[in-house]
Write a protein that binds this ligand. Structure first.
Ligand code: AMP
Ligand code: GLY
Length: 420
């Protein structure tokens, strides 16, 4: 089969590596991909907002199936568009993608189906928001409604911080804002919980623990994720049962009641408070860097899973996993998530010889004249699968130390809650 992967991050490189191992793969195309994907797939530079052009290229290349990695094209309705044009595609449609595209859509679903989540209010003006905030206890969380690349969430310790957040959002920092969300701050431990669904049945697709803050000890700004390990240390049968019964099944039921089927990966960002799960947010895709830790643990042929999902045949697939754990350390450009420099050559990468169970997934990288350059905030993912997370993390860090690249930084403490 010829498979097209949309996206250019570490998640998409990990997807390509899993596809490459599949017995039925003939060729992989990446739209637009990165340096890592260019070694195993053909990268195609294209404007992902131009659906017509994308369709033309997919047809011309005879691609059998498209896998959509990131949220933006999903929320923009790429799945609906490709399906209308008889192209097979893995990912949720526009209506389902509102689970990620609109926090208020998800909050209203939670309210209707009694899904545990932080208490919240929706406000239409700066004035109303501020008068509500003047009577709140802090910390409190202020959120922009739509997609904001992980930046539209403010954890406010003081009234002044919350005022600034409300003003920034209503003044258009994340695009036009008609409404904002103010919610209770939940104190607990986060967990990323994944399922895969074909719209008829679903299966659990693993758990992971992300590390969103830029600096060690969970300090500094929120990022897309500086590292992860899988499975989450909180994973247990008892908790899984609660997540499924209280969160996942009511959500899928809610979508069915508006005549919608969820097809693809659903990622529940949870806060576990005293062994009870609360939904913080939904994403309608795999997590990044969570995907980079979960896919190496998968035994079952990934392309078989994708094809079965698109053909509504997931019930006939038996998902099998390796017993090993995995850990990912992200190497980012200095300055990320704020200003950072691109086009800095990463020396020593090609000389690294990986052993079994060691992976380097590229994210913000590009090749020029056989040299590899940085091309984004998060640049490389070092992933080790092993039965011991401490040994895994040490190995990941020793791989990073083999590079000759002065422009990067990483967290040495990924997994600190589980690694003593
Ligand atoms: P989100 O984009 O909604 O995932 O929020 C980004 C991060 O903000 C989450 O991963 C949490 O760490 C934090 N966060 C969001 N909402 C809450 C909340 N209600 N209570 C505590 N932390 C939160
Ligand atoms: N790792 C967080 C995310 O993918 O949204």
């Amino acid at each position: 089969m010829k498979v097209g992967v949309i996206g250019s991050g570490g998640r998409e490189h990990a997807i390509c590596i899993s596809l490459k191992k599949s017995k039925n793969i003939d060729k992989i195309y990446c739209f637009p991909g990165n340096a890592g994907t260019s070694f195993i797939a053909e990268n195609i530079e294209i404007d992902l907002n131009n659906f017509e052009e994308l369709k033309r290229v997919i047809e011309e290349l005879g691609i059998d199936i498209i896998i959509v990695g990131p949220e933006k094209p999903l929320v923009d309705g790429i799945v609906d568009f490709l399906e209308q044009n008889k192209i097979k595609v893995f990912g949720p449609d526009r209506v389902s993608s509102q689970l990620e595209g609109s926090k208020i859509f998800t909050k209203n679903l939670c309210k209707k189906y009694n899904i545990p989540t932080a208490k919240f209010g929706v406000f239409n003006t700066i004035q109303d928001s501020l008068s509500f905030l003047s009577e709140c206890k802090f910390p409190i969380v202020v959120k922009a409604d739509g997609l904001a690349a992980g930046k539209g969430v403010y954890i406010c310790e003081t009234h002044d911080q919350s005022k600034k957040a409300v003003e920034e959002i209503f003044n258009g920092k994340f695009g036009e804002a008609k409404q904002i969300l103010i919610e209770e701050f939940l104190k607990g431990e986060e967990m990323s919980f994944f399922i895969i669904s074909d719209g008829i049945s679903y299966k659990i697709f693993g758990t992971a623990q992300d590390h969103k803050r830029a600096l060690e000890g969970d300090k500094g700004k929120n990022t897309g994720g500086m590292g992860a390990y899988s499975p989450s240390r909180l994973e247990s049968e008892k908790l899984e049962k609660k997540i499924i019964e209280k969160i996942i099944e009511p959500t899928l039921k809610g979508l069915k009641e508006i005549k919608n089927k969820f097809r693809g990966f659903l990622y529940a960002g949870l806060m576990i408070v005293d062994e009870e799960p609360f939904l913080i947010e939904y994403n309608v895709r795999m997590g990044d860097p969570e995907c980079q830790t979960i896919l190496p643990r998968l035994k079952t042929d990934f392309l078989d899973i994708v094809v079965a999902t698109v053909n509504e045949d997931l019930k006939n697939i038996n998902l099998e996993w390796f017993e090993d754990k995995s850990i990912c350390v992200v190497l980012a450009s200095k300055g990320y998530p704020d200003e950072f420099k691109n086009n800095s050559e990463i020396k020593g990468l090609k000389e690294i010889k990986l052993q079994d169970n060691e992976y380097i997934f590229h994210a913000g990288t590009k090749v020029n004249n056989s040299k590899i350059y940085s091309n984004g905030g998060r640049v490389l993912n070092f992933v080790i699968k092993s039965d011991n997370l401490k040994i895994g993390r040490d190995k990941a860090i020793s791989l990073i130390n083999k590079l000759n690249w002065q422009n990067g930084y990483f967290r040495k403490d990924i997994g600190y809650k589980i690694i003593s």
